[in-house]
Design a protein around this ligand. Structure first.
Ligand SMILES: [Mn+2]
Length: 312
């Protein structure tokens, strides 16, 4: 039997861990694994350090059981979609299995199942389950589909291939509630994000002969719209599809005046490389970082732009 499944068999109390500020893949993979562990009649908890998880994810199976405090009685933790140990939001004293697909993953677990070619962490689980004859039930299928849908940009990113669609066909036949996933993860938006988009689009600037789109969002803009961090994302992604744009950069000021940076890129610039200069990371086409040194939005813009333009 697979080493990771064997370790799960041996454990008494398992905690599945979604990363801080979780996305559909981290929550979907935790949801699928949580469901599987429940079926083994084992004690299982679900930890995510972020207190207010975006409502749109709460259709995922068992998400009502997510806790923001870590249970000390656990003898095994399983992190899902966490590119580095900071993403866990907790320091573990028990063994850890690290399941992930980020290029920046440094293998921080005692056991590591990292596949940087996988489209999503849920795809890694799909392969783990199917290759070990573990039946995927409708709840698991929904959760796996959710990660695939979100991490492939709604099946539109360049990493999408026929294998992905074949997997999706299987998941739908297994009972995946793809309609809810499409509705909550792709179609539905908040009024706050709708309002924020108008401000972001109006203030967007183009640099380096129009190859870099930059959004600076102040804490004031956020408060004015009642927006949260994830409300900025769709504009960041959309700007990448303007003619000539190769890289899209978002600098968002937090309420403590630290700055969250997010980067999206076609193939010309490896944005993971740029994010890692600021102890961030991600994938070559999407990455993030934090600036906590008191830099202003304008100062941060100058600094990051210089690095991007050098790569173009
Ligand atoms: Mn992912």
């Amino acid at each position: 039997m697979n080493e990771i499944l064997q370790r799960i068999e041996q454990a008494k109390h398992i905690v599945v861990i979604s990363h801080v500020n979780p996305d559909a893949d981290s929550l979907g993979s935790a949801s699928a694994l949580y469901t599987h562990i429940l079926r083994l009649h084992k004690k299982v908890s679900w930890f995510c350090a972020t207190k207010n998880i975006n409502q749109k994810f709460l259709f995922l199976p068992w998400s009502e059981n997510i806790k923001d405090s870590f249970t000390s009685s656990a003898d095994l933790g399983i992190s899902l979609d966490c590119g580095n140990s900071d993403r866990l939001g907790v320091t573990l004293s028990c063994d850890l299995i690290n399941i992930d697909h980020h290029a920046s993953n440094d293998g921080f677990g005692k056991y590591n199942l990292v596949d940087v070619d996988a489209i999503s962490t849920t795809e890694i689980l799909y392969k783990l389950f199917t290759s070990n004859n573990i039946k995927i039930n409708p709840k698991m299928a929904t959760a796996i589909y959710a990660g695939l849908l979100d991490d492939s940009g709604g099946f539109l990113d360049t990493n999408v291939n026929g294998t992905l669609f074949a997997t999706v066909q299987n998941l739908i036949e297994m009972g995946a509630d793809y309609k809810s996933c499409n509705k909550y993860l792709i179609k539905q938006q908040t009024l706050a994000s709708f309002r924020l988009k108008a401000i972001m689009h109006k203030n967007m600037q183009l640099f380096c002969s129009g190859e870099v789109a930059v959004f600076c969002v102040s804490n004031e803009d956020m408060k004015l719209c009642g927006a949260v961090g994830s409300d900025c994302e769709s504009s960041l992604e959309e700007a990448l599809w303007l003619p000539n744009v190769e890289v899209s950069l978002l600098l968002k000021q937090n309420s403590d005046l630290s700055i969250k940076g997010s980067l999206r890129s076609h193939s010309k610039v490896d944005v993971n490389k740029i994010a890692s200069l600021f102890l961030g990371g991600g994938h070559s086409s999407r990455a993030g970082f934090m600036l906590k040194d008191g830099t202003t939005l304008e100062g941060a813009k100058e600094k990051i732009l210089k690095l991007i333009c050098k790569e173009l």
